[in-house]
Design a protein around this ligand. Sequence first.
Ligand SMILES: [Zn+2]
Ligand SMILES: [Zn+2]
Length: 331
Amino acid sequence: MMADTSKKISELRQDLVCGDWVVIAVGRGKRPHAFSGAPATFEEPREMCPFENFSGSDAPQPVLQSGSVSVIPNKFPAFAKGVCRVFSKEGPYTFADGVGIHEVFVLKDHARYIPELSLEEMSDLIRAYRDRYKTVSREECIAYVLIFHNHGREAGASIAHPHSQLVAMPVIPPDVARSVEGSKRYFREHGKCVHCEMVQYELVSKKRLVDENEKFVAFTPFASKIAFETRIFPKVHQSVFEMLEDGDVTLLAEILQRSVARLKKGLNDPAYNFFIHTAPVGDVSRYDHYHWHIEILPKTSVWAGVEIGTGIEISAIMPEEAAEFLRNITV
Ligand SMILES: [Zn+2]
Ligand SMILES: [Zn+2]
């Protein structure tokens, strides 16, 4: 029997930058509200919170105080001081010290999350991201600096008190390497930045547009890896996050906060991760073709056999439908 082709089961879409395929499985017919689960915010007594007191003798000493945000070294770092780029061998295998830096950006209040911050407090956070990026990326042995935020246990937040993190590592991570390679290839072939190309198209088409202001735009990517994925780009080409100007800090704070607030309001406070993808550390001219951005990834499903076995993610909503839903939420 012939399949009924009038009703599409799924669509394969290719990411313009890295070339990866994603699957949008629309045949499941899930409506936007069906992605809501139990709220991700969890309660933890203030007395148990490691981020309450920076004045005791064994308390961590902030490396930066940016208005309402304190930046401290991570107590359980994934990367730490060590011997830079000395590779050892075990039989056919290679290993080296995990040299780097791991810091935590602690927000002032125990139970006030990003959507509840004042614009000034949110700007303190963005400014802290940029200032630590600048300092840490100049340290010896650092090839890449990743700034990220986990919200909710399912997104990996082990402490309820709202906080972001920075990891600076001696290697360029694989996802970043592929994104950098992809944008370099596009630049060679088309003579322009692949991200600028997407930004300009999305601003005109408006199909996947979620939000914009004078300097930034937020949209759901054409090849969204997961449902309600949102990306924020500076409208004007900028390869490294630290190029963010003082005058643009508040505009970035505003659009990031609103994007997160939309998810919270529309999908009943889902767990999410966001991170900043920027050019690797080093000679800026080598990475001119790159365009920094923020990716926000809500957790509305888990990786199962197909995803783990293939690396292809299956999203159950069209990015256009997700964008329309998010766009219409008033925050
Ligand atoms: Zn706390
Ligand atoms: Zn660009």
